[in-house]
Design a protein around this ligand. Structure first.
Ligand code: SAM
Length: 227
């Protein structure tokens, strides 16, 4: 079940209904999910059980046995869509193997939110997830970009990644989206070089998505600054 990536109003009516009807809600962080459920005055509250990466596999047999007893179980992450750089894939895979019905409750996700406001071609795109921390792996991935590519990056590594990108694809059009749907949302568009210049005296915090065009578009598309 998708939950907001910032603005709490970005949740579906269906998700709000289902919060009230599930027996168990698997949460990446039960405290964060409880805040969301309280904000929406969800009554009755489902039983909240923590389900985060290190315990994922160990919890699957128990979850499948509850499902076989006809318990209704939802899965949420801290923000956005579960399974997208968040826990859940292994559980869904095991549910499919066990013949348990899996339904998606779609909604917000940073990958599509960044892509659609990027102004870069959307007809085909790749999602690279979190960029690797190791420079050699990052270089390999960034030099193989096909289509518009969307990636998650930590604010602490953003400048280094842009510098790497500048060496590999100096003319690529890039968009850096920060704190999407939140009060301090910021979008930087331009060449990597142009964005690095804009960020020279800034120490960006918060959550970041980078979108890179496959190839440069027309020269006058570069370095537009229309935040
Ligand atoms: N499952 C989430 C989704 O559907 O987008 C992604 C979870 S992943 C652990 C967290 C990363 O997603 C952040 O480090 C950032 O790269 C990106 N992200 C999440 N929310 C964001 C936001 N409001 N603005 C920009 N990036 C965001």
């Amino acid at each position: 079940m998708s939950t907001p990536i910032g603005n709490r109003l970005d949740i579906s009516l269906r998700a709000l209904e289902i919060f009230k009807t599930v027996d168990i809600l698997l949460c990446e962080d039960t405290r964060k999910t409880k805040l969301l459920l309280d904000f929406y005055k969800i009554i009755p509250l489902p039983k909240l059980i923590s389900y985060y990466e290190p315990v994922e596999e160990a919890k699957i047999p128990q979850i499948i046995s509850w499902l076989n007893l006809d318990k209704k179980i939802g899965l949420v992450s801290n923000a956005g869509t579960p399974l997208i750089s968040d826990p859940g894939f292994k559980l869904v895979r095991e549910c499919v193997r066990a013949g348990v019905k899996v339904e998606a409750i779609p909604g917000a996700s940073a990958v599509l939110t960044a892509l659609i406001i990027s102004g870069l071609p959307t007809d085909k795109f790749s999602f690279l997830g979190f960029l690797p921390k190791k420079e050699a792996k990052k270089i390999k991935l960034l030099s193989e970009i096909k289509y518009t590519s969307v990636m998650y990056e930590s604010p602490f590594r953003l400048k280094k990644t842009l510098e790497t990108l500048n060496q590999l694809r100096p003319k690529a059009q890039v968009v850096v989206a920060r704190e999407l749907t939140k009060k301090f949302e910021e979008i930087f568009r331009g060449t990597v070089k142009g964005i690095l210049a804009k960020l020279e005296n800034r120490h960006l915090k918060g959550e970041i998505v980078i979108v890179v065009a496959e190839k440069p578009l027309a020269a006058n598309d570069f370095d537009v600054d229309n935040n």
